[in-house]
Design a protein around this ligand. Structure first.
Ligand code: CO
Length: 477
């Protein structure tokens, strides 16, 4: 029996992909106990975008959300997504902060950490993996389902991305201590027969105890087929989302896969009947999100452009939003055509956060300004300068000269330049009068301005009337 395990993304990627990560904790709570009874491998519930959105838009402490999830999810491990040395944010953090964040994630309830680097540079997940092994190992000693280290390969296509490339990377991650290897296909670029080939190759190359976990989306409409072919090739875990927030830019739906595998050698062991009331709840939540304008029904459609332009779902909605704000919605096709050009110029990075944002924003600028690299973001410059890590292919020298303007490139691990920073950041949070817990330092490190605004709001709420704040009328007291 090769039972297939399922991670449901309803609490993270599903609403991140469909509704700009706006699902609130109170919209999750009513069905957490039922979700816990389903028999999932894990429930994805946390990541950089949820962390940001909690503080920025929802006036929620992301750590409180995590603790609430953990309180209700007694059996099912909570899985999170960690961006290697970028942690939950968009810059490189010093190793002491990496260690502290991973410690606090496990301490507050995370069971499985999926860690990846946007550029597939193993040096960028080294420190995270070390911390995951350290703190996860302690957790695992008492509960073998928790404290899991899942290293993810950013799946993408392009000249460098051969079967051999992916197998070598997976073996490197396994040697570094990964319990699971994830194929992270955030753009749904992985086609069904390629998935079969890739999973088969990984199964042959990796140790039998290493689980292979596939993460795809249904942006291009191939997601269910990708999952099924991967299952035929022996994948251990696949990601799906309960139907009300499934498909389109999110994951393929959970219910049809459960039904498809029922009674076969791949049976998930999940009872469809248990999913129905939970799905009914999220149907209402999806309607609420649509009513408040967070859910754009367009993202549910099959979009074959992704296969051509290699743009992940989240990135596509970001591009649409950026152009909408600039009043240039008619430029979408031009921007989509510019994305692969920018990508080639900067050495073919996989398109995942943050490189997807960097390349996307630069493509928007190149089109809106009417001249390529006339305006360059700091992030684009850093990517060209090697500050995000090693890109798989050589840079386009002409573009690099325009972008870098003589700035020096680096070829060592970017975080090697960083001095320890936790104590310094802690002192800043304390000096501002916002310190209530160690986790605040990590929130502040991840999104300084957003966190500070959230802390102000929290302080006003907790202290009742704060005269200064009350005067502005900005913060409810
Ligand atoms: Co995803």
């Amino acid at each position: 029996m090769s039972k297939v395990l399922i991670m449901d993304t309803i609490l993270r990627d599903a609403h991140q992909s469909h509704a700009a990560t706006r699902m609130r904790t109170e919209q999750m709570i009513p069905v957490l106990e039922q979700l816990d009874e389903v028999g999932y491998y894990s429930l994805e519930g946390w990541g950089g975008a949820t962390f940001d959105s909690c503080m920025r838009f929802l006036n929620e402490d992301p750590w409180d959300r995590l603790r609430t999830l953990r309180k209700h999810l007694k059996k099912t491990p909570i899985q999170m997504l960690l961006r290697g040395q970028n942690l939950l944010g968009y810059r490189n953090y010093a190793d002491d902060l990496v260690d502290k964040l991973v410690e606090k994630c496990f301490e507050n309830g995370i069971g499985v950490i999926r860690v990846f680097d946007a550029l597939n540079d193993p040096r960028n997940i080294e420190a995270s993996m070390k911390a995951i092994k350290k703190y996860g190992g302690q957790l695992r000693a008492t509960d073998p389902t928790r404290g899991i280290c899942e290293a993810a390969i950013s799946y993408t296509s392009g000249p460098v991305y051969t079967l051999e490339y992916f197998v070598n990377l997976a073996k490197t991650y396994e040697d570094m201590g990964a319990d699971n290897i994830c194929i992270k296909d955030m753009a749904n670029l992985l086609l069904p027969f390629d998935a079969y080939e890739l999973v088969t190759a990984l199964k042959q190359a990796l140790r039998p105890e290493t689980k292979i976990h596939l993460h795809t989306h249904n942006t291009t409409g191939t997601g269910d087929m990708v999952n099924l072919m991967a299952i035929k090739a022996g994948v251990d875990i696949v990601d799906t989302a309960l139907s009300p927030l499934a498909n389109g830019t999110a994951q393929p739906a959970t219910e049809p896969l459960v039904a498809t595998l029922k009674g076969t050698e791949y049976d998930t062991g999940i009872e469809l009947e248990k999913l129905i009331p939970i799905a009914n709840h999220f149907k209402k939540v999806a309607a609420e999100l649509e009513k408040e304008g967070s859910l754009n029904p367009k993202v549910r459609q099959v979009d074959v452009n992704t296969l051509i332009y290699q743009v992940p779902g989240g990135m596509l909605s970001n591009l649409m939003n950026q152009l909408k704000k600039a009043g240039k919605e008619d430029k979408l096709q031009e921007v989509l055509a510019e994305v692969p050009n920018v990508r080639k110029d900067c050495g073919y990075p996989p398109l995942v956060t943050p490189s997807s944002q960097i390349v996307g924003t630069q493509a928007v600028m190149n089109v809106v300004m009417g001249e390529r690299y006339k305006m360059v973001t700091k992030e684009t410059r850093d990517l060209f300068a090697g500050k995000y890590g090693r890109v798989p292919m050589p840079l386009d020298e002409e573009a690099a000269a325009k972008v870098l303007k003589g700035e020096k490139r680096i070829d060592y691990r970017p975080a090697d330049d960083l001095a320890p920073e936790y104590e310094k950041l802690k002192a800043e949070v304390e000096a501002k009068g916002f310190y209530t817990q160690e986790e605040d330092v990590l929130s502040y490190a991840s999104f300084p301005e957003v966190a500070e605004n959230f802390f102000k709001w929290r302080k006003a709420r907790d202290q009742g009337v704060d005269t200064d704040l009350a005067k502005t009328g900005v913060y409810p007291v």
